[in-house]
Ligand binder design. Structure first.
Ligand code: FAD
Ligand code: UDP
Length: 371
């Protein structure tokens, strides 16, 4: 039996803590925030679950992960179908026949494909090397200008030509009239919210949890007191930024309680122009099919923000420069921190979705316990 310290009570830390405790180890979890669940934290307001750190929709094609997460919550049948508001014009997302019809008046897949081909000709068969080229190559210049450029440049705080292509490949492009934002086999929102998932994972006699506790207040002591540490905070901060800072993107959430029944008619509305300072507004009750008090709703505006030390690092910026610095931190970790495992979006500096976090955490568990 070993003594583990888990730094961070987000999804990665909770899966690892649960699995270690189930194998008979003693686990202490410390979390610097005053609540559990990291960025998937949800809280009940007026009878509905409010996603405190932005819209979280669980989706996966990994059956093992889906079955795993279903042990901790029952999921509703929510299917994400955001809409885009470009200066008052409304388009369906992701990019599909509904979008192409509204934009170009095309009706058949063949007509839509012809329009895309005509517009992507500006690239002259060049292999896309950045987000702008990748977007134009996938759906042409009109959609790029109206639905991607403004949103992307405010979200990431840099030109689309300076961003990696993979970011836009997260979104499906379809020649069908299908507004489902994801291609995955399984999708939904946990009935009763996400926080219960982490609470249940951490509810074990072998696990002790301490919130409002920052690892860096007593780093050396923690490292001396425990056999092994699972660290899900920022890997560059762990090493006191000694090889330089990794870049992150931050966000500011502005939540409002309104005395109206239905504010925007959809859970997620993206504002894709460059001028509106927020990227999206979410109306939480629509994740639960209008549940909660009548004549009341809760909305959250999501404002992208530059990151500086002390801010919440919501997104890693996985471009070449940062990925190469991250590799150097990995080497440092292998040489100087053999008793520390780095996990999660911040510890592994990867743009992980929740299902990928669970999968990565289960892989770490298998490696750690030799299975
Ligand atoms: P986190 O949730 O960040 O947990 C890390 C924890 O460690 C935090 O609680 C932090 O406070 C704590 N910590 C850090 N440093 C210290 C320290 N020094 N001492 C103590 N504690 C510390 N995924 C999806 O699958 N679907 C979605 O729809 C989706 N939407 C998203 C929307 C937004 C706006 C964002 C930002 C993310 C979204 N994600 C989504 C991704 C999802 O949030 C992550 O995959 C997941 O939360 C990552 O879990 P984690 O445990 O790695 O990190
Ligand atoms: N994106 C866009 N317009 C939209 C939605 C997304 O240009 O209306 C781009 C943007 O660059 C974003 C990326 O697609 O960062 C991935 O979108 P996703 O919804 O996966 O972003 P996340 O939920 O991770 O913030």
């Amino acid at each position: 039996m070993s003594k583990y310290l888990v730094v961070g009570a987000g999804l990665f830390g909770a899966v690892f803590a649960n699995e270690a405790a189930k194998r008979g180890h003693e686990v202490t979890v410390i979390e610097k925030r005053d609540h559990l669940a990291g960025n998937i934290y949800t809280k009940e307001v007026n009878g509905i679950q409010v996603h405190q750190y932005g819209a979280h929709i669980f989706h996966t094609s990994n059956k093992k992960v889906w079955e795993y997460v279903n042990q901790f919550a029952e999921f509703n049948r929510y299917t994400n179908a955001p809409i885009a508001n470009y200066n008052g014009e409304i388009y369906n997302l992701p990019f599909n026949m509904n979008t192409f019809n509204k934009l170009w008046g095309v009706v058949t897949p063949k007509e839509a494909q012809a329009k895309i081909d005509e517009q992507r000709a500006v690239l002259k068969d060049k292999k896309p090397e950045n987000l702008e080229e990748q977007a134009i190559s996938l759906i042409g210049t009109d959609i790029y200008e109206k639905l991607i450029k403004g949103y992307t440049e405010k979200q990431w705080g840099r030109k689309a030509t300076e961003l990696p292509a993979f970011i836009i490949r997260r979104l499906p492009v379809r020649l069908t009239y299908d507004n489902n934002y994801f291609n995955d086999t399984y999708q939904g929102i946990p009935i009763g919210g996400y926080t219960q998932i982490v609470e249940k994972m951490l509810d074990h006699p072998q696990i002790t949890v301490k919130t409002k506790t920052d690892f860096f207040d007593k780093k050396d002591q923690y490292l001396a007191d425990y056999d092994k540490v699972l660290f899900t905070g920022m890997i560059d901060q762990f090493f006191d930024y000694k090889l330089g800072e990794l870049e992150y993107r931050s966000l500011r959430f502005e939540t409002e309680n309104l005395d109206v029944d239905n504010y925007q008619g959809n859970a997620v509305v993206n504002y894709t122009d460059a001028k509106t300072p927020y990227t999206r507004i979410i109306e939480h009750k629509h994740f639960e099919f209008g549940k909660g008090d009548k004549d009341k709703t809760v909305i959250t505006r999501e404002y992208p923000a530059d990151w500086k030390r002390g801010d919440e690092p919501y997104y890693p910026v996985n471009d070449k420069k940062n990925n190469s610095l991250y590799t150097k931190y990995q080497e440092l970790a292998a040489n100087e921190a053999q008793n520390v495992i780095f996990g999660g979006r911040l510890g592994q500096y990867r743009y992980y979705n929740m299902d990928q976090v669970i999968s990565a955490a289960l892989t770490t568990v298998a490696q750690e316990f030799g299975e």
